[in-house]
Design a protein around this ligand. Structure first.
Ligand code: TRP
Length: 468
């Protein structure tokens, strides 16, 4: 079967697809919010260190594990873990399966927020042509939207169908093609928004909030939150990048691609934050309004401001929600690909059947997540983890805090300790590696720095620290 394995058609194709997976709601929604919560500056600096010291080495590890075996998460980790000690193969397969399960759950609720971007796109188009309704409260609109069960199901269903349609066509004809078209559009929209935001009065204050470190504000929780988020934002810890790595042909460099993916993801997270904070700091009283609402910035504060404050907001408003939708779509397709690739590689199911089957099964759980905001019923009120009310928050907490770090921990062990150094060296030093890369440094980070850092997250999660 490996003969007919579909591959990225070029290095740029791989980089765009993987960057599309990495750039998502994590960059546009989670990162600005946690930067806000952790008072900017020092937190951003710590985040950059986590990305470089932990995220980048693990990105290389995942891609190389995939490329070496030419198999998706389960098969690849089974091979990697058993390279020295055959007995560990079973554990490897289990870790791979844990990742597939994480992808399944993550996709089931991620789709719901992705669906909101469709709703706001339609709304903003209406406001652009019909005018923003006088006196309408964006907060009330948001509340009505999330508690409307029928609407939520329609939006999520629409987004799921879009995701399935892309993965259905496979790696080079589906995923890569979409990434090649959508990512440049996404970069273009962000650039327009950045130019507009930097022209606003609050831009200077926003930049200093984000880039001027004040270490007195930094707590141990912030450091761990930065570390935890570096997993989420780079799509690490669950085999997504292993799966994408398995479609890299021998001709293309893992190191260069990893560098590009990580750099682009980080850049976009920072740009999104600069944009949002510039808007917020430009409006009197806005600081207090966004104070404690995770969804607030993206779906409550911004929609209104486009029509009152942002230069060219009538154009940028709808474009912004196109941006959110595209960013989310290139992430959801990679999540579905993890599950589909498992069915294809391990269960021998044909791609089309695997994709539709996986998509349908995941949608059942999307229904639970979509109904988590209606305010009544078990789906909105269940509490397994303290303070995490409802199915949506429970699933997000479980994946971000438990599944990604534990999966990531075993991936560092697989690449750093269980594979032979000859095999990892062969994958990384294949003659196409860039000059800045030192194998010895990577090996030190993947054997020591990354596993110890990830183990620290796990210890704190067990002791009750929350990262989601
Ligand atoms: N990186 C995505 C984001 O920032 C979310 C994500 C986490 C993800 N793990 C993933 C996406 C695995 C695809 C595959 O929004």
């Amino acid at each position: 079967m490996s003969q007919s394995r579909d591959h990225w058609s070029s290095n740029a194709g791989l980089v765009l697809a993987a960057t599309g997976s990495a750039i998502g709601l994590g960059n546009l929604w989670k990162f600005p919010f946690i930067t806000w919560e952790n008072n900017g500056g020092a937190f951003v600096l710590v985040y950059l260190v986590c990305i470089a010291a932990v995220g980048l080495p693990i990105m290389m590890a995942e891609l190389l594990i995939g490329r070496r075996s030419q198999k998706s998460a389960v098969g690849a980790l089974k091979e990697a873990m058993s390279a020295r000690w055959p007995g560990l193969g079973k554990l490897g397969a289990l870790v791979g399966f844990w990742g597939v399960l994480a992808g399944f759950i993550l996709l089931s609720y991620y789709t719901v927020i992705a669906g909101w971007s469709l709703y706001y796109f339609v709304k903003t188009v209406g406001w652009t042509f019909g005018g923003y309704p006088v006196g309408m409260s964006a907060g009330d609109l948001f509340g009505e939207q999330v508690s409307n069960a029928g609407l939520q199901l329609m939006l999520s269903l629409g987004f799921s169908l879009g995701t399935i349609a892309v993965v259905y066509f496979g790696v080079s004809r589906g995923i890569e093609r979409i990434a090649r078209i959508f990512l440049p559009i996404l970069f273009g929209i962000l650039l327009l928004m950045l130019v507009s935001a930097l022209g606003m009065g609050g831009a200077g204050e926003a930049l200093s909030y984000i880039f001027r470190p004040n270490f007195a504000e930094l707590t141990r929780e912030s450091v761990l939150e930065a570390l935890g988020h570096s997993f989420f934002t780079l799509s690490l810890g669950m085999g997504a990048m292993i799966t994408y790595g398995s479609y890299i042909s021998r001709k293309h460099s893992v190191v260069k691609a990893s560098g590009a993916i990580v750099a682009l993801d980080t850049l976009i997270a920072l740009v999104a934050t600069v944009i949002m904070f510039s808007v917020i700091f430009s409006v009197a009283g806005m600081r207090d309004e966004v104070r404690d609402s995770t969804v607030g910035m993206l779906f409550i504060s911004l929609p209104e401001l486009f029509y009152s404050e942002v230069p060219f907001g009538v154009v940028l408003g709808p474009l912004f929600y196109v941006l959110v939708a595209l960013a989310a779509l290139t992430s959801t397709i990679s999540l579905l690909e993890v599950v589909s690739a498992y069915l294809i590689d391990q269960r021998g199911i044909a791609r089309k059947k695997a994709t539709i089957g996986a998509g349908a099964a995941i949608f059942v759980f999307t229904i639970f997540a979509a109904l988590s905001f209606t305010g009544t019923g078990l789906l909105s009120t269940m509490e397994i983890f303290e303070g995490k009310l409802g199915w949506f928050s429970t699933a997000d907490h479980f994946v971000s805090n438990w599944m990604l770090p534990t999966g990531g921990f075993f991936i560092t062990l697989a690449a750093g300790w269980f594979m032979t150094s000859k095999s990892t060296r062969d994958e990384l030093m294949d003659g196409s590696e860039p000059r800045w890369f030192h194998y010895g440094a990577w090996r030190f980070f993947i054997r020591w720095v990354a596993p110890i850092a990830v183990a620290a997250i796990i210890v704190f999660v067990i002791r009750g620290t929350d990262f989601s």
